[in-house]
Design a protein around this ligand. Structure first.
Ligand SMILES: *Cc1c(COP(=O)(O)O)cnc(C)c1O
Length: 429
């Protein structure tokens, strides 16, 4: 564990000291000290970063871990007998083991390291699809999916003659469980569903989703890209067959993702990409593949990124995802209430169980104009479709403004957001 994490490590103490540790953790993110729109001799407003659902900022511990690897022991993994290669391999495999404990996976062999959540989902869609889908089969998804959990399924459905069935949500953004259950039929081969919407923040009842699918022998893949950041995830408790997540939203580096897959499923899937590291032996007569997880990790893996993700997971776990969630929920409640007090604001997504993500629109102001004015005030938010066009269509909007909260945000950030939204409304009136 790096000293940056140790410095904020809370004692096994009560809620108050855990909350204090989360609040203090903001200081571990060097970028949050900067300002934006500086002019010579005149610094601009200090940064309020509310775009963590697109990508989170990195704590010093992650930066140090990656720099430490590059300056201390970096080499390629799995094929060298020299010292550095062995140290790198230990670090890479150590990251895999750490990811397994983070998700409470039974074994590190059930953790496939990918380049992104997108790649993790494509891997399952392509290999599962090739093996288990045929003409007339059905894939159940929800209207709340990120494009990363729609398009890979459309591609394989087109190739195999299968089709997608879409579970709707209500006006609050709550998934319709009755329709979900009715959509599970004889032709359903897999359910692929987000654990938490990146637009509305809706958290879906994951254990109930798997219970209903498993009763019919159908496996479930969860897109956990947002959920894994905002709440403790236990793949055994929710009985996930596949669980995808991404490093860069979990305070880790870009270009690393994770696919958890139950051993019984992974061993039934063929290779995804071919290349080095995933083979047992190669000849022109025929090539033998390794078993999972190596079978799915062709080529030089994201070694430094895995080391960075390991540090990110240590950082998050030291604070505790439950404590982080409590901190974020307090900010979510304050920001939602304050936004709803502003005339003309509509919050899209008011599910009772939601993570700290607020999408909203304001009558008469285009989200892009609002986003630009907020940026002038130092407040970074996302505007647009958030890679979830079907969900925006469902709510009848072309774009929203999205403010997403992370462990490092505080009351001051909420205040700056509200102040900037009010000022923008004034500007356009
Ligand atoms: C960001 C995101 C993805 C894509 O993850 P990448 O690793 O950036 O490809 C998929 N699903 C959801 C819900 C996301 O928020």
């Amino acid at each position: 564990m790096s000293s940056a994490v140790a410095a904020i490590a809370p004692a096994p103490a009560g809620d108050n000291s855990r909350a204090a540790a989360v609040a203090a953790a903001r200081a571990c993110f060097p970028i949050l000290g900067r300002s934006v729109h500086d002019r010579p001799g005149r610094p601009g407003p200090s940064l309020v970063y509310l775009d963590s659902a697109a990508s989170a900022q990195k704590p010093q511990a992650v930066i140090d871990a990656m720099v430490g690897a590059m300056s201390g022991y970096y080499a390629n993994v799995h094929r060298g007998i020299h010292t550095l290669s062995q140290q790198s391999t230990d670090a890479y495999e150590g990251a895999r083991a750490r990811i397994a404990t983070f998700l409470n996976a039974p074994s590190p062999a059930e953790i496939v390291i990918t380049r992104s959540a997108t790649e993790a989902i494509n891997l399952v869609a392509a290999t599962f699809g090739r093996t288990f889908l045929s003409a007339g089969d059905e894939i159940v998804v929800s209207v709340m999916e990120h494009h990363a959990n729609i398009v890979p399924w459309q591609l394989i459905a087109d190739a195999e003659g299968a089709r997608l069935k879409v579970v709707p949500c209500d006006d609050r953004g709550v998934l319709d469980l009755d329709v979900y259950e009715r959509l599970l039929g004889d032709r359903t081969r897999i359910v692929a569903i987000t654990h938490c919407s990146n637009v509305t923040g809706t958290v879906i009842p994951a254990a109930e989703i798997t219970r209903l699918a498993h009763a019919r022998g159908i496996p479930v893949l969860f897109d956990g890209s947002q959920a894994a950041v905002h709440m403790p995830v236990d793949v055994q408790a929710i009985d996930a067959d596949f669980y995808a997540l991404t490093g860069h939203k979990l305070y880790g580096p870009t270009a690393i993702g994770v696919l958890y897959g139950k051993a019984e499923w992974l061993k039934r899937l063929p290779p995804y990409q071919g290349g080095g590291d995933m083979i047992a032996s190669v000849s022109f007569e025929g090539t033998e593949f390794k078993g999972p997880p190596e079978r799915f990790e062709a080529g030089t893996p994201p070694i430094l990124e895995a080391i960075g993700l390991h540090a990110a997971i240590d950082f998050v776990d030291t604070l505790g995802l439950a404590a982080i969630a409590a901190h974020e929920h307090r900010l979510l409640a304050r920001a939602t209430a304050a936004l709803q007090e502003i005339e003309g604001v509509s919050v899209i997504g008011t599910a009772p169980d939601k993570a700290a993500i607020i999408s909203f629109t304001i009558d008469g102001i285009h989200p892009h104009d609002l986003g630009m004015l907020l940026d002038r005030a130092g407040v970074a938010v996302r505007v647009g479709q958030h890679c979830a066009e079907p969900l925006l269509d469902r709510f009848g909007v072309g774009a929203t403004v999205r403010a997403s909260f992370a462990l490092y945000n505080n009351d001051d950030d909420v205040g700056r957001l509200i102040e900037a939204v009010r000022a923008a409304k004034e500007f356009f009136s």
